[in-house]
Design a protein around this ligand. Structure first.
Ligand code: PLP
Length: 404
């Protein structure tokens, strides 16, 4: 059988739909973020990155870099094994204590990524809690969806951010089955924030456990970077808070926090925790330095907010519609995959601006977009440059401003 032909046929379909992905080959340059070098067949050029999830530029923070370098010198590179078999390093435990403290929980458990933490925790909860029903917000991330699917637990979808729908679905379930309400705080593609208090209240009313993904909020919201749950004073009412070390903290890795019993349960049964090499100690040390810094420094958060507000105001003034939300994520809807890529290519080729076109399956078909994430390190000149590019682009293209 010619397998390559089968692969190529599916790739051709992606291409004909405009959903084939081309990655930008970046070389991040320490101390210059959001500038980076971009490699291509034509050579190397400088670009400004406008779509990074290193939301606060912590990936180049001197304290974080020093912590990683110090730990590499002290411990070497890898962790040496799975957590169970020789891979648990002192730095992992220090980081778990830091994370538990961040969310005011008894315990935390590290994973190799946020994706794995969601997948492993939800699949373990759903499969091991007998008759469990997982009520999942319709906008939840792929990692949660896959974890729920793998658990084979009954899944009930509730309308995105719709507490009345959640309540109706909770009410319809038998009182004695274990229920898990799974949702996110900041939704990464629309940038909208969940009605957390109402969700928690309705979950409590029906005796459901709450599973909260704070991946796009940790480090960014709350006085110590504990996320929207910290900002709203709700962390202690949420059963499990999940997060990443790879976005605002600028490193890599994922985690859950909760009661000691909950973390011990996941530690003991989750295949995605048990059967994989632990994160390098240097990654744990760097993440801890990043969390510690953002627990006491609000400077980065304030400066980011300022630049987000500036870009939004400039888009408004230029008549470029963007989705309204209260977060740091600024989506500009284009609603067509081919046009979105064309615009992104133009910005890159003509202006040295890198904003990745966002297409299916990251967002539903017909909602393709450019997604801008201003950081504290984007200067006013960067914003001017972006606005000059967008204004010229909007004039050039026949895309109606009302549609975009
Ligand atoms: N949860 C949400 C809501 C996400 O958007 C992402 C990644 O983009 C993840 C989890 C996975 O986190 P990580 O990138 O650390 O694997």
């Amino acid at each position: 059988m010619d397998f390559d032909k089968l692969f190529e046929a599916q790739i051709e379909t992606l291409k004909s739909e405009g959903n084939y992905r081309v990655f930008a080959e970046l070389e991040r340059q320490c101390g210059k973020f959001p500038k980076a070098a971009k490699h291509s067949a034509d050579g190397v050029r400088d670009v400004t990155v406008w779509c990074s999830n290193d939301y606060l530029g912590m990936g180049q923070n001197p304290k974080v870099i020093d912590a990683m370098c110090e730990a590499v010198q002290r411990c070497g590179t890898g962790s040496g094994g799975t957590r169970n078999i020789s891979g648990t390093n002192h730095d992992h435990l220090l980081l778990e204590a830091e994370l538990a403290d961040l969310h005011g929980k008894e315990a935390a458990l590290l994973f190799t990524s946020g994706y794995v933490s969601n997948w492993a925790a939800l699949s373990t909860l759903g499969s091991r809690l007998k008759d469990c029903v997982i009520l999942s917000d319709a906008g939840n991330h792929a990692s949660m969806i896959e974890g729920i699917r793998h658990s084979r637990a009954t899944k009930v979808l509730w309308k995105h951010n719709d507490v009345a729908d959640l309540e109706a679905k909770l009410k319809a379930l038998p009182a004695d089955v274990p229920k898990i309400v799974a949702f996110e705080s900041v939704y990464s593609m629309d940038g909208d924030v969940c009605p957390m208090r109402e969700i928690v209240e309705v979950a409590e009313k029906y005796g459901a456990m709450t599973y909260l993904d704070e991946v796009h909020a940790v480090g960014l919201y709350g006085p110590r970077g504990g996320g929207i749950s910290e900002r709203e004073g709700l962390a202690d009412r949420i059963t499990l808070i999940e997060g990443t070390l790879g976005k605002a903290y600028g490193v890599v890795g994922g985690y859950i926090t909760g009661s000691a019993a909950l973390c011990d349960f996941i530690r003991s049964f989750a295949s995605g925790f048990i059967f994989t090499t632990a994160l390098p100690p240097a990654v744990a040390a760097a993440a801890r330095a990043s969390i510690q810094h953002l627990k006491i420094s609000s400077f980065e958060r304030m400066q980011q907010r300022r630049q987000v507000a500036k870009l939004r105001a400039r888009l408004d003034a230029a008549g470029i519609p963007h989705m309204m939300n209260e977060s740091h994520i600024i989506p500009v809807l284009i609603k067509d995959p081919v046009k979105t890529k064309m615009l992104a290519d133009y910005l890159m080729d003509e202006w040295g601006i890198y904003v990745q076109p966002i297409n299916y399956p990251t967002v539903p078909k017909g909602t393709e977009r450019l997604r801008f994430t201003p950081s504290p390190l984007h200067t006013d000149d960067d914003i001017d440059h972006l606005m000059n590019a967008l204004t010229s682009l909007w004039k050039k293209c026949a895309i109606s401003r009302a549609v975009a």
